[in-house]
Design a protein around this ligand. Structure first.
Ligand code: NDP
Length: 297
C-alpha cells in the first residue's frame, strides 16, 4: 500500500471532542444545552443499534438526548403530531427521524414536517434547496463528514476534479453540491454513465457511494488521487462468516491512490460525529450565536 490512510475513527473522535468543548462553553457562558430528539418507529434491529449509538454519543458530548420509540403501527397523524410537538419545543434543537419508516408511513411527508432549522439530517426539501443555491443549510451528515476529511487533507479544494459515483438524495447529490460549493469541477456518475472507469480515472477526488462491494478497483483510480469510500457492504468470507467492505477494492486502490478511507473505520464513524456537529450548529443558529468553526460546510 502506498496511499496514506485517512483514519475516520480518529477524525470522528476529534470532531466529537470539538463538539464537546463547544457545548461546555455554551453551557458555561450562555446556560444553553443543545438537545437532539431521535424518533424511531418500529423495531428494526439495525435501526435500534443506530439510535442507541446516537443517543450514547449525544450524551457523551454533553448534549441532551431525547429518544421517542413508537410502535410499528403508529399512524401518520400521531407521528406528525409528535414532530409538531418537537418543532415547538425550545429544548430540542435537532430532530432526526430514523429511516427507513414502516411502509404505511409517507417518508417525504414526515421529513418535510420537521422544522428545517432543526432538520439535522439535512433531508428537508428546504435544506436541499438551500444547499443547491449555495445558502446556509443543514447539510446531510455523511457528505459533510466526507467534506471535512477532504478539507483536512487538502486545505482548499478549489479547481480539483471531483467524481462522485452515486446520485442518491442522501449521499451522492449533496456530496456533489458540497464539492461544487468548494469550487471543485464535479462529475456525478451513476448506473447509466458511459465510460465510468475513464471518468473516475480523471478524478483528483473520487467519492464512491454506490452500494456495490469493491466495484471500484485500482485501475479506475488516478495515481495520487484521494479516494473516499462511503459504501458499507457485507460479504461472505471464504472461510465462513461475513465481513464489511466498501464500494472500493481497498488493496488495489490503495496501491495507486495518494490517500484512501478504509471500510470499516473511514466514513462510517464520521456520520454520527457530523450529526452531533449539526445539532450544535442548529443550537447556535437558533440562539443567534456564532457557528462552531470547522464543524459546518
Ligand atoms: P442508493 O442505493 O440510494 O444509491 C446508489 C447509487 O449508486 C445510485 O445513484 C445508483 O445509480 C448508483 N449505482 C448503482 N450501481 C451502479 C453501477 N454499477 N455503476 C455506477 N453507479 C451505480 O445508495 P446510498 O447512496 O444510500 O448508499 C450508497 C452506499 O453508501 C451504500 O453502500 C450504503 O450502505 C452506504 N452508506 C454509508 C453511510 C455511512 O455512514 N458511511 C451512510 C449512507 C450510505 P442510479 O441512480 O442510476 O440507480
Amino acid at each position: 500500500m502506498t496511499a496514506d490512510l485517512i483514519d475516520g475513527k480518529e477524525f470522528a473522535a476529534s470532531v466529537r471532542a470539538k463538539v464537546a468543548e463547544h457545548v461546555a462553553t455554551l453551557k458555561e457562558v450562555h446556560g444553553l444545552t443543545p438537545g437532539l430528539a431521535v424518533v424511531l418507529v418500529g423495531e428494526d434491529p439495525a435501526s435500534q443499534v443506530y439510535v442507541r449509538n446516537k443517543g450514547k454519543q449525544t450524551i457523551e458530548c454533553g448534549m441532551n438526548s431525547y429518544e421517542h420509540k413508537l410502535s410499528a403501527d403508529t399512524t401518520q397523524e400521531d407521528l406528525l403530531a409528535l414532530l409538531d410537538q418537537l418543532n415547538a419545543d425550545p429544548a430540542v434543537h435537532g430532530i432526526l427521524v430514523q429511516l427507513p419508516l414502516p411502509g404505511h408511513l409517507n417518508e417525504d411527508l414526515v421529513i418535510n414536517r420537521i422544522d428545517p432549522a432543526k432538520d439535522v439530517d439535512g433531508f428537508h426539501i428546504s435544506n436541499v434547496g438551500l444547499l443547491a443555491t449555495g445558502q446556509k443549510a443543514m447539510v446531510p451528515c455523511t457528505p459533510l463528514g466526507c467534506l471535512m476529511m477532504l478539507r483536512d487533507r487538502h486545505g482548499s479544494l478549489s479547481g480539483m476534479n471531483a467524481v462522485v459515483v452515486g446520485r442518491s438524495n442522501i449521499v451522492g447529490k449533496p456530496m456533489g453540491q458540497l464539492l461544487l460549493r468548494d469550487s471543485c469541477t464535479v462529475t456525478i456518475a451513476h448506473s447509466r454513465t458511459k465510460n465510468i472507469e475513464e471518468i473516475c480515472k480523471q478524478a483528483d477526488i473520487l467519492v464512491a457511494a454506490v452500494g456495490r462491494p469493491q466495484m471500484i478497483t485500482g485501475d479506475w483510480v488516478k495515481p495520487g488521487a484521494t479516494v473516499i469510500d462511503v459504501g458499507i457492504n457485507r460479504i461472505d468470507k471464504p472461510e465462513g462468516g461475513t465481513r464489511l467492505v466498501g464500494d472500493v477494492d481497498f488493496d488495489s486502490a490503495a496501491a495507486v491512490a495518494g490517500a484512501i478511507t478504509p471500510v470499516p473505520g473511514g466514513v462510517g464513524p464520521m456520520t454520527i460525529a457530523c450529526l452531533l456537529a449539526n445539532t450544535l450548529t442548529a443550537c447556535c443558529r437558533a440562539n443567534d450565536l456564532p457557528e462552531p468553526e470547522g464543524l459546518t460546510a
